[in-house]
Design a protein around this ligand. Sequence first.
Ligand code: GLU
Length: 429
Amino acid sequence: MSKFVAPPPGSGLDFESSPAYQRVIQNFEAAAAVLNLDPNTAARLRRPERIVIVSVPTRMDDGSVKVFTGYRVQHNDSLGPYKGGIRYHPEVDVGEVCALAMQMTWKCAVMGLPLGGAKGGVRVAPLRLSYGEAQNLTRRYTAEISNIIGPEVDIPAPDMGTNERTMAWIMDTYSARVGKFCPEVVTGKPVDVGGSVLRAEATGHGLVYTTTYAAEEIGLKLEGASVVLHGFGNVGTHAALAFSRRGARVIAVADVSGGYVNEKGIDVRKFVDYASKNRTLEGVDGADKVEGDSVLTIPCDVLAPAATGHVITVENAAKIRCKVLAEGANGPTMPDADPILERNGVTIIPDIVCNAGGVTVSYFEWVQGGMNFFWREDEIDSRLQQLLRGGYERSREFARRHKTPIRTAALAVGIERVDRTMRLRGLYA
Ligand code: GLU
């Protein structure tokens, strides 16, 4: 039997020792143990199927060329083509992308989508790029990964630091390379170039839908409930708007510029407009400014971490004072923080269900693009709710039956589905 030799630390290939990867592995092992997963399957699932690392030379506005590092990691395609977003972030590394790719596999699986899991990233600070630089970088990154993506192979989408404009450039670059209009290569595009209505809102709306399911269970009314959002990008803003439409009071939000608190409730519409005009909330009035991460420990009914991962740790978990933790971000909670939250009676909606609205409407967009037939907004919304309800209920039911935390349950439901498919398909020798 061949033995895997771990690449040396610092080589850029050492994904297995990355904290982000270890977090998903720790959660995976807990679910695999409950399932009594076949060790041969577990060995295959612990590692991605493919890791691609590319150089992305980019012409900057001053005429210089900067070389950025880009990644695309494909974890598993047993259920269907690889699917997952592309993250632009200055600290993204191979371990984080591997971790997020694996999470996409479980997310698509628990939601019952016919898609596998992947993730991409470029190590860059997106807010520092001009419009032209962002376009140059995106087109070159797309060209570098164009051999391994495609509508039946691997379909990227937005994630942190990317948006529908980025997706339009990817679609255009890929279409130019293959010589035909190819909108289904990417999801999260603007509606005018083959995107789906409600895709932009989907992750935030999904967060609110799954929060209502959890709230029903514990007898919490969303009307009048206090909400704190850590993150005010695509997910946070759409969640904030949807929460306030349901009569909830958003008492604090945070973005890269800091935290903003108003116990009476912030004017969500005003904050969203301000952030979209100014890129961040710096200088907004109508709230007291505090340190960004401090909003996590404000007592509230619903806390939604909707930005970066790893913000709830053993250090701050005991200070979290919410009834429902709605994980809009991928991996906001460290495994060691989970038992502390549970002991304190926090109802957790695990990320792979809570933020699955995005990939679910991505799936709808991919289907619509493939047949060139576009659905109405109410059709998309009701299908989204149906699938989210299913993912949530399956996880809840598993947790009840096996007496496990819901995070383990959601993963187990996903892993079990992938395992079943892998058994049926067998191992290509
Ligand atoms: N980046 C999003 C996620 O983490 C969306 C992925 C997609 O739509 O493919 O779920």
